[in-house]
Design a protein around this ligand. Sequence first.
Ligand code: CU
Ligand code: CU
Length: 320
Amino acid sequence: MSTCRRLAIFPMAIVLMLMIGMIAKTAHAKTVSVEMADGEGAKMLAWTFNGQFPGPVVRVTEGDKVNFRFTNSTTNARPHSMDFHAAETDYLKNYHEILPGESLEYTWDAKRPGIFVYHCGASPMIQHIARGMVGAIIVDPKNKKAMPKADREYVLVQTELFTKDPDDVQAMFDRKYDNVIFNGGIFRYDPVHATKGGQFLQAKPGERVRFYFVNGGPNNFSALHPIAEMWDDVWESGNPANHLKGVQTYVVGPAGAATLDMVVEREGVYPIVTHSLTDALRGAIAILEVKKDAKPLPLMPFVEPSLKVKVDAVTPGLAK
Ligand code: CU
Ligand code: CU
């Protein structure tokens, strides 16, 4: 078990702009400190999209045209890039590294429904992902009846955390990680193990709870298992065509993803873990508390951007 106490991240400056439909979202980046819920605490320098670790959840609908603008701030020291696994596009033209002070804009079609990873692909990619430049994009199916309706939805992004020295790239190659985490925090959703800051995920009895799970890696496989429950339905990559039922443990490799539904009949607590236990016990446990008065929670609860995201006015003509 790690000996950290409190995790604060100091994101590097990245500006990310997404224009989906007629709406433009812009985030202005600068170096700031972010307090993270965690078990035990440590400090690291994170590199982020929009000042958030993991990056903000992007949500579009199958058939959407996504116009994406990415700016690497002049205050940054390194090149960065953006690779959407949900896109099928020109790798050399759109996924290349851009230098500080440069920006890049490209448009892609969200052709396939599902849950996908996005990440920075700048070299060394293992470090850019390990330091936080990774996130989830949901492409909702156009056909709303393609999957059962979920009563509640959560996004979980699993990553390994290297707190001792985030510049020790060799340690990343050697898999000398300190923690494995969901949504950027050690035991973020596990107040039983967290010494401070952990908070339950919540649901009501009988609800269909949908988890959009992304394994950011950079190296470890996840064996996602709900303790004292079962995945009622699993969709590989979140595509309605890839449907499994009654799954105890679902393996998601690095940069893989799945949509997993659980219907819990009874009140109680249900830990969701990677059953690769050396990873679970280093921080990758999320506990779903099922109770009648469960509150609504956002897709990625208790994860705050360190930068205030400014939403631009409607920008006509930039996307579909
Ligand atoms: Cu990067
Ligand atoms: Cu990738």
